[in-house]
Design a protein. Structure first.
Length: 370
């Protein structure tokens, strides 16, 4: 009988021990308090330039945004972790959607949360001091390219409250977050006319350099064909009567206007006079042959111009795309010049020369060159 009594007492003691283990976490204050609910903050953005399409939480510690002191007399009195209703990502997404005016065509932006933290400490007089810290990164979610980091926002706030009243916490956080969205809108309005990365498309335009003021460079002008006086280089020994050295290049000047990157491109089709020469056997026939070398470069430059369209150029890589197109055109120019000389035997085959003359004339007319 005494043995049974001792066993039952042992089990009763063990049960109480297990019960204490189950109850202790509930009385230790380790569970988060009631979540903070961000209220909408109507933002008078004039005009709104973006919409928050996505929010990413990149904080190392994501279980809470605030560590708030409990009311006096609560045991324990240590700060308690408190999160936003639905979590930081969902709360900020909803806050932005309710606070930013809806506007078609605005730029989709990703908000990355790097720091979002509220901490509190007790001060004499039964009061609490709090500090809000926020760091956000804003990325433009481009439709056909990787997200582009636009700018970052760092800010904070301090508040004081009674130990018995935590109503000021949410407004303090809300005002700092609203300041971040206002900051991004101002930044985009200013950068839209200065930062070429923000362009939505590239619009190239072309013009030809036809100056006649360079002493050693003759720019292509249909109204000003080659003359023997343009061949200023010393004659060279060999079987050829003359040689001309034409080429082409381009210069681009970007300008941002109304969200469009306007690319002003100047094409230079030229002959270097000091590298061109003629021997004693010069005549009009050979001069016409050399003129066709110049005309062929004009045709290649025209094709280059037609390949460099708004559809082929991207904001992110327009310069590299132009360079690749130019290199392909430059190699085409060299191949075409070599083929022209090979088939006409450097102009000595009159029948072949006539065929090339007719084809070049037809191509020039097709490009509007008279």
């Amino acid at each position: 009988m005494s043995t049974l009594f001792r066993l039952s007492a042992f089990f009763r003691q063990g049960y109480r021990w297990l019960l204490w283990l189950l109850i202790w976490p509930l009385t230790a204050g380790s569970l988060p308090d009631k979540p903070l609910t961000l209220r909408a903050e109507p933002l008078a953005l004039q005009p709104p330039t973006f919409r928050v399409a996505q929010v990413r939480d990149e904080r190392p510690e994501r279980r809470a945004v605030a560590w708030l002191l409990p009311a006096p007399g609560t045991n324990p009195a240590a700060p308690r972790p408190t999160d936003l209703q639905g979590g930081a990502e969902a709360a900020l997404q909803q806050f932005a959607a309710q606070s930013i005016p809806t506007q078609p065509g605005t730029r989709p932006v990703q908000v990355r949360i790097r720091i979002l933290r509220i901490t509190e400490k007790a001060v004499p007089g039964g009061r609490v001091e709090g500090e809000v810290q926020v760091q956000l990164a804003f990325d433009w979610l481009r439709p056909d390219a990787a997200p582009l980091l636009l700018t970052e926002y760092r800010s904070g706030a301090r508040y004081g409250r009674l130990a018995t009243d935590a109503a000021v916490v949410e407004p303090a956080l809300r005002q700092v977050l609203a300041g971040g969205l206002r900051y991004l809108n101002r930044w985009l309005l200013q950068a839209a006319e200065q930062d070429a990365r923000l362009a939505t498309r590239v619009q190239p335009s072309f013009r030809y350099d036809q100056r006649q003021t360079e002493s050693d460079t003759l720019f292509y002008d249909p109204a000003r064909p080659l003359r023997w006086s343009d061949f200023t280089g010393p004659p060279r020994a060999g079987i050829y009567a003359a040689a001309v050295f034409p080429g082409f290049s381009y210069q681009g000047k970007p300008r941002l206007r109304n969200g469009v990157l306007e690319l002003d491109i100047t094409l230079q089709i030229f002959v270097v006079r000091s590298s061109s020469w003629v021997g004693p056997g010069k005549n009009a026939y050979y001069l016409a042959h050399e003129q066709r070398h110049f005309d062929l470069v004009k045709l290649v430059a025209e094709r280059f111009r037609r390949h460099a369209t708004a559809d082929s150029l991207t904001v992110e890589d327009y310069n590299s795309i132009l360079q690749r197109q130019y290199l392909r055109s430059f190699m085409e120019m060299n191949r075409l010049q070599e083929r022209y000389d090979a088939e006409t035997h450097h102009g000595t085959d009159a029948a072949a020369q006539q065929r090339w003359d007719q084809q070049i004339e037809a191509d020039l007319r097709r490009f509007g060159v008279e």
